[in-house]
Ligand binder design. Structure first.
Ligand SMILES: Cc1cc2nc3c(=O)[nH]c(=O)nc-3n(C[C@H](O)[C@H](O)[C@H](O)COP(=O)(O)OP(=O)(O)OC[C@H]3O[C@@H](n4cnc5c(N)ncnc54)[C@H](O)[C@@H]3O)c2cc1C
Length: 415
């Protein structure tokens, strides 16, 4: 009997799942449903578009013909409003019901709104879709002053966009350091200086109490909890994601700030799988539940989910995630889970070179490298192999670190 697969979401997780399903099952019915008006594009590159550095075309990954050629049905502009796992159906906003034998939920998240007055005013932007990037770019081209809120990986993209567009900006942070859960002040200062050089001023121990607007409802000012006022005709907010689990409300599918899946990307329902940013997955390296927010990880999860939808237990998700930032004159890379762990080591080598590793139970679970990325593959290998190395921090932190300099058991616990 022909199997039918439905995938909700045409981001990198959903799209790679569709591609793998077609490779594995030449005769299956495959449908991809997305509420966006365009097929898969490179979400990582939309910041370069918003900076004004890239035109639209190279950002697109798949044209609708890509789906036609593979006999995959693509439904654009179609919001899934309900999932019935036991009836094996989903419902769309137009009232259409689609049946499936196996379902993949790869719906990602939606940027969190700031819970303050006027946070929905004209001129205040969130950043997730290509459409958001188009709006940001066109607004930026006429803006004079800006405020960015959210001291994380997406906030810094917004700050870099204001810098690239030559708009003077303030970057309001709640603590005393950018991405304070992964960087120390010493590492953070390298980023702060790079921002200052680009006319973006970090403001610490700040945030937003409320926004002020003009008579037309356009934002004019951000007022922080200290009462300080910052002119802003452009505001960018990136304070995190709300995961799109509402379509599973009322079902028995287990959710907890995401959809809970095992290492095969399966939920607690045997025919329902999830992949990408939305998953709270069993991380076999970490030995506990984890969540990733990175392109490579979402792509791999889509592929792994598809293989296990066809034949459950075929392949587990074993992955060290990476995320790089390319806005500055020096490279920046974070890997694994740099905000977790029970121990750490860090070292500074020059004004633009710094490193930090996070350990759990003596094993590397993540890290951040600024300036010199040469050791990244060695650290990631140690993490993948689950080597106990935290007792050799002095060796790990050597500028020219080599795995051979460590005193290791011959056999890796995991290859
Ligand atoms: C500006 C920006 C820069 C980034 N930079 C990097 C980077 O440098 N490196 C890196 O590794 N990662 C980066 N990321 C993160 C990376 O893009 C994500 O981790 C990845 O795209 C997640 O893919 P996904 O398929 O899980 O989810 P998404 O790409 O979010 O796709 C989910 C899709 O599902 C759709 N959807 C949601 N609900 C429904 C519904 N009910 N019905 C139908 N469709 C629905 C959504 O509209 C969306 O199209 C960046 C993200 C952004 C926004």
């Amino acid at each position: 009997m022909t199997q039918s697969y439905v995938i909700i979401g045409d981001g990198i997780a959903g799209s790679s799942a569709a591609e793998t399903l077609r490779e594995e099952e030449p005769d299956a019915d495959i449908t991809v449903v997305t509420d966006e008006g365009e097929a898969l594009y490179n979400r990582i590159l939309i910041k370069e578009f918003a900076k004004g550095k890239l035109p639209e075309a190279p950002i697109s990954i798949h044209e609708p013909e890509w789906y036609d050629e593979r006999d995959i049905e693509l439904k654009l502009n179609t919001l899934v409003t309900d999932v019935d796992p036991d009836g094996h159906t989903i419902e769309t906003h137009e009232g259409e019901t689609l049946s499936w034998d196996k379902l993949l939920v790869s719906v990602g998240g939606t940027p969190t709104q700031l819970p303050v007055d006027n946070s929905d005013a004209e001129g205040i932007h969130h950043f997730w879709t290509f459409q958001d990037a188009r709006k940001i770019r066109s607004h930026m081209e006429e803006a004079d002053s800006s405020v960015v809120v959210g001291a994380g990986l997406l906030g810094i993209d917004l700050a870099a966009i204001t810098a690239a567009q030559g708009v003077e900006g303030k970057y309001l942070m709640r603590g005393n350091c950018w991405w304070r859960y992964a960087l120390s002040e010493e590492g953070g200062e390298i980023i702060h200086n790079a921002l200052r050089e680009r006319n973006v001023e970090p403001v610490f121990e700040s945030g937003v109490d409320h926004f002020e607007v003009d008579d037309d409802g356009r934002v004019t000012t951000a007022v922080d909890p200290n009462g300080d006022e910052y002119d802003a005709d452009f505001v960018g907010i990136a304070i995190g994601l709300d995961f799109n689990t509402e379509i599973l409300q009322g079902t028995d599918i287990e959710c907890d700030n995401g959809i809970i899946v095992d290492e095969y990307m399966r939920t607690n329902h045997e025919d329902v799988f999830a992949a990408g940013d939305i998953t709270q997955f069993h991380d076999v390296i970490l030995g506990e539940r984890a969540q990733n927010g990175a392109w490579g990880s979402a792509k791999e999860q889509g592929t792994i989910a598809a293989k296990n939808m066809v034949d459950y237990g075929t392949e587990e998700f074993r992955w060290v995630s990476s995320y790089s930032i390319t806005h500055f004159d020096f490279p920046f890379l974070s890997f694994g889970h740099p905000t977790l762990g029970d121990d750490e080591a860090e070292a500074k080598y020059s004004d633009t070179e710094w490193r930090r590793l996070a350990f759990k139970d003596g094993k590397i679970v993540g890290g951040v490298l600024i300036g010199d990325l040469a050791p990244q593959s060695k650290y990631k290998k140690l993490m993948r192999e689950e080597r106990v190395v935290a007792d050799q921090k002095d060796v790990l932190m050597q500028e020219q670190f080599e795995i051979e300099d460590l005193d290791l058991e011959e056999e890796a616990p995991v290859e």
